[in-house]
Each structure stands twice: as C-alpha cells, then as structure tokens.
Design a protein around this ligand. Structure first.
Ligand code: NAD
Length: 464
C-alpha cells in the first residue's frame, strides 16, 4: 500500500516537528497538519519562519524547506481527513482534572473527538495512527468508535508512539534510536498497514531500527520508557539529598555509577526536578492503570517517582528561604530560566513554576528572565495554579528582557533551566550589582561553583 497523503491532527510539540521531518524526508507525500487552534496554525504559516510557534533547534530551516511544497498547515480538519490515506492523531492527552481517575488517568476526550470526526468525514479506507501517548488498549476504543459510527469504510489502527525529547526534537527525529510501530500483525490487512508506515520511515531510518509489535506492546512501551527515564532522575535526586547531608558530591557519585556499563551514564544529572508535559502525566497514567487492575504494589512503586520529584522542587525552594535567614518576605529573588529544559520554549510542568509559587507564598518579590519564554506564558502558568489572584501574580512577579536587569539588587539568584548562555554571563557584573551577601542557588549544577565562590557568591548547588 502506497501512502500519498498524510494528515496529522494536532500541530503541537509532537505533530509539528514530526510532520515537518516526514515532509522533508518524503517529498512525494503530501503532509497536512491540522489544528483547531487558529492562532497556532497562523503562526505555523507565518511568513517569517522564525515565528513558528515551537522553538526547536533546526526546526525553522526544515519548515522553510518543506512548507508549501508538500507540508501544509491548516484549520480545515474535515478536508484534510477526507483526502488522507493515513491520519496521525497527535492531540494532547493531559491528566484528567475531573471525575473518575481525576489527577491520574489520561483524559482521552480529545482523542475520542478525533475518532468521531474521522468516522463522520471519511469516505475512503484509512490507516489511523496513534501518535499521542495513550493508555494501553486505547486502540480498541478507537476501533470501536470508528467501526460503529463510520460510513462503512475500513480502518486499520496503528500505534506509533513518539520518543523525541523536546530541545533535541529534530536530531531525535532525524536519527531515532528506534521507531516503534504496533499493529494488528495477526491479520494480512494489519500487516499491510504496518508495512505502509514502515515504508514512510524507511525513507531515512535504517530498517533494523524500525520495530514492529502488537498494538498493546507498543502502547505500553511508551509509558514504560517515560517511567524508566523519570525514575532515573528521581533516583539520582534522592541521592542528591543524601550527598548534601554526608559531604559526598552527587556529580562524582553519578560519574562513578554511570561508568558501570550495566547502568550507563545518561540521565544521571541531578536537578531541581524533572518537568515537561510527559513524565508526570504518563507515570500517573501508569499508576492509574496498575491500580485499575488491582496491582497496588506496582502502582505504589511508580508513584514514588512522582513523590520524590515533588519533594525535590519543594526542598530546593525551602532551602532558599532557610538560607536567606528564614525569610524571603519582601526580598527580591531573580529566577534565571522558566522553560522546563534548555532549547525549548515549553514550560508545561516546569520546576520553575512550583519553586516560584512557593517563594510567592513566602512573600518574595520575584523577577524572571528566560531567553525563549514570553511573559504572558509565565503569568498563565502561575494563574493556572490558582494559588492567588491574577492581579497579585502580576504585581509580585516581574518578567524582564535581560538577565543583568533581572539580577540587579537581588538578594538571591536561582538558576532553574540549564540554558547554555547562563554559563557565559558576566557573573562578576551580576555579583557587583546584587545585594550582599549575594546568594546563588544552582538548581541545575550548571555553573562553575568554585569560580563563583571565588567571586564572592554564597553558592549552593543541588547535591553538594
Ligand atoms: N511533548 C513531547 O515531548 C511529547 C513527546 C512524546 C509524546 N508526546 C505525546 O504527544 C501528544 C501531543 O503532545 P504535544 O506536546 O504535541 O501536545 P500539544 O498540546 O503541544 O499539541 C496538541 C494539539 O492538538 C490540538 N487539538 C486538540 N484536539 C484537537 C482536535 N479535536 N482537532 C484538532 N486539533 C486538536 C491542540 O489544539 C494542540 O495544538 C501527547 O499525547 C503527548 O503525551 C509528547
């Protein structure tokens, strides 16, 4: 089966970059990315490619090359569905905020809406690909809706979870460790659909890196991968607290441990805690699934990863208060970095949000600088917590355009995102312009602590 026309529903952090790379690598396939968010689509179509809504190194160049050649962004969802042979569903699957499973289960309402729309609109056979991260056995529900409400056309459902990491999305998509495709491999039609998607990726991914499995293994593998990654962060963060009490240094421990080839060196960087839209939501979803099968010990085991992560954020903020003579009331605290990691403008679940919320509860005056995050996003993130009024958030938090302004006359500076540029600032100027003692809290272990102490800073890093 040859694929000529792809539609992707959802022009977000996954749909946008993934489809841009498919379009670049498969110039004979027409790729249309659709979204109900008109502003987002208008931004993807902005004449100046630097204004596309998602910042990822290398992405704007790819969009410049493929856009209006075989890559299109549109709000006409119906038309794109109808014309497509293959439809990727790449919509958001946040944690439920209501009803059964509130605070744990994935909210699948956006997925179901997509399925119903596909069923309503389609007049020819389709391969529907789950790109969103979904609970195991969601494909069954999708198939049920499509088969029972559709126009009598045939559907094949594939699971093709995305393993890209924000900040390195383009490199990850160009050179994936593996591509995973789950399908109904017991049947000829299922195998044919799997092969059609394999052929798309085979334009640039070596065949031995394209794994095919049954749908359920594929769905569960994505949750498992995120759970394992997050678990490593919580494991090293648990050790960071012990290091602080014992005089060990968490970087030295991580290096010694990571050189064991059975353990490996990646993802052992201690920090103020992981953020991002995925780790927490996917682990909570895993916990919910385990609980719904009565697997209490499995659920408790994974939940501990989240408990540790929340603890790390809280204890970082609490340490700032304690170190500043047990009060930050009325004190100016400069925050460097709001994105959940470097090289992205995504702030979802960023540790910065929670650290600042804690400091505001302690009546600090907060000033924020981030190279890529816009002020309205920072305020929206704080408003979303509902801890205080929108007016109060705006009165007590100032967002500035330069780091030097942000740190001027500050009692303390806290580094919360590992942006490379932070390392190269003129730190002696920052020191001179701060109130003394000049406290510097490094939540990413990004800076050279020894040099900062020599400059006169009271320097504190997680894990030493
Ligand atoms: N962000 C990541 O790094 C990452 C990595 C791997 C997997 N995932 C998974 O991919 C999925 C998407 O994540 P994201 O970060 O791209 O989310 P996102 O919020 O950035 O994008 C989702 C988009 O879908 C659109 N949408 C929702 N319902 C729609 C509908 N009915 N019709 C058309 N558009 C609709 C929204 O307007 C939004 O623009 C999630 O399931 C996530 O868990 C994310």
């Amino acid at each position: 089966m040859e694929i000529n026309n792809i539609c992707c529903i959802g022009a977000g952090y996954v749909g946008g970059p993934t489809m841009a790379v498919i379009a670049q690598k498969c110039p004979e396939i027409k790729v249309t990315v659709v979204d109900i968010n008109e502003k987002r689509i208008a931004d993807w179509n902005d004449e100046d490619v630097e204004n596309i809504p998602i910042y990822e190194p290398g992405l704007s160049e790819i969009v410049a090359e493929a856009r209006d050649r075989n890559l299109f962004f549109s709000t006409d969802v119906d038309a794109a569905i109808d014309k497509a042979d293959m439809i990727f569903i790449s919509v958001n699957t946040p944690t439920k905020t209501y009803g059964i499973g509130k605070g744990m289960a994935a909210d699948l309402k956006y997925i179901e809406l997509c399925a119903r729309q596909i069923a309503r609109v389609s007049t020819s056979d389709k391969i529907v690909v789950e790109k969103s991260t979904l609970p195991v056995r969601t494909a069954e529900a999708l198939k049920n809706i499509l088969d029972n409400t559709g126009n009598g056309v045939n559907y094949q459902i594939l699971s093709n979870p995305e393993f890209l990491a924000e900040g390195t999305a383009v490199a990850d998509l160009m050179n994936p460790d593996r591509v995973l495709i789950g399908g109904d491999i017991e049947t000829d039609n299922g195998q044919e659909a799997v092969q059609a998607l394999v052929d798309v990726y085979a334009h640039w991914v070596p065949k031995d890196q394209i794994l095919t499995t049954n749908v359920w293994s594929s769905e569960l593998s994505k949750l498992t991968a995120n759970a394992f990654l997050a678990q490593r962060v919580s494991s090293i963060n648990a050790m960071s607290e012990l290091c602080e009490k014992t005089g060990a240094d968490v970087n030295e421990v991580a290096k010694a441990v990571g050189m064991d080839s059975r353990i490996g060196s990646k993802f052992l960087q201690s920090s103020v805690g992981f953020g991002g839209s995925c780790f927490q939501k996917d682990i909570l979803n895993l916990v919910y699934i385990a609980k719904s099968f009565g697997l209490e010990e499995v659920a408790d085991y994974w939940e501990q990863v989240i408990i540790m992560n929340d603890h790390q954020k809280r204890r970082f903020a609490a340490n700032i208060v304690k170190t500043l003579y047990n009060t930050v009331s009325g004190k100016k605290i400069a925050i460097l970095g709001w994105a959940f990691k470097k090289d992205t403008n995504d702030t979802r679940e960023s540790a910065a949000i929670y650290v600042v919320d804690y400091l505001l509860n302690e009546q600090a005056e907060v000033v924020v600088y981030d190279p890529k995050v816009k002020p309205e996003q920072i305020y929206a993130d704080l408003d979303y917590l509902n801890t205080r009024s929108e007016k109060e958030n705006r009165d007590r938090v100032t967002v500035l355009n330069t780091p030097y302004e942000a740190c001027e006359e500050a009692h303390a500076v806290a580094v919360l995102t590992e942006w490379d540029e932070f390392k190269d600032y003129n730190w002696s100027k920052i020191y001179d312009d701060m109130l003394k003692p000049a406290f510097l809290f490094d939540g990413r272990r990004l800076l050279d602590g020894k040099k900062k102490k020599e400059m006169g800073f009271e320097y504190y890093a997680i894990g030493s």
